[in-house]
Design a protein around this ligand. Sequence first.
Ligand code: ZN
Length: 285
Amino acid sequence: MPEGDTVWRTCHRLDQVFRGEALQRAELRWGRLIDSDLAGMTTLEVVPRGKHILHRLEGGLTLHSHLKMEGSWRIQDAADRVPTVDTVRAVLGTSRWTALGHRLGALHLVRTDEEDSLVGHLGPDILGADWDLGRALANLRGGALGSIHDLIGASLLDQRNLAGIGTMWASEGLWVERINPWRPVAELSDADLTRLLERIKRLMTRACERLPAESYVHARSGHPCRRCGQTIRVALAGPVARERTLFSCPQCQGGLAPTDDGRPQAPLSSGQPRSRTGYRRQRGR
Ligand SMILES: [Zn+2]
């Protein structure tokens, strides 16, 4: 699933293409949005908010999209043919470029002053200009949302606590800082949490420029830990029916997940090609 850094890069590219340009073409192949008429409107900016993409237009409208599991916005030359496949759910174009929204997970058109109806539930954006470490810590501590039973891995993934982190950067940051993903947040000190969040922020900020070719621990179950050689394991984190997979080293990170019986795990996706991000595709979420 695309995480905050992927969305950041996507928005940066869309902003370069559309900012200050009038839409020559705008087709939203999405329910009632098919009737919307955005052609002629000028783009003010395209900005990320957590994993959400906000394409703001003159006249006070925002086209909101979310990439969910495997969505993407791809840019091509305006002269190139738009593929006639039903995975393309939105086509936006300037005189020079066309952006194709492939396999989008969500698409909305709202008034810009009502964006909060879509993104107002999000905690502080770890890559945002308004990142607020104190508020993120308070949210993780459960001041507003959580409970003393909250585990750090799942809490990092809950976008209401803080926005932008997905399974990859949660696994990577927890491994670097040697924190067990299934440890209760309540057992971690403010210093631990600060160190963890600052680490993840640094990893993601660096990935905004260039995604590293190899992961530390993400999608490496069945392979030796890059630090200690112990076999990396994968287990589920998060609420029932919304579990996500996290990867960790039982040696470096202090033990197995509560649901992990310790049986051998085959290397993930062995034999499958690498995804375009350079990471092997992971199963599930
Ligand atoms: Zn290790």
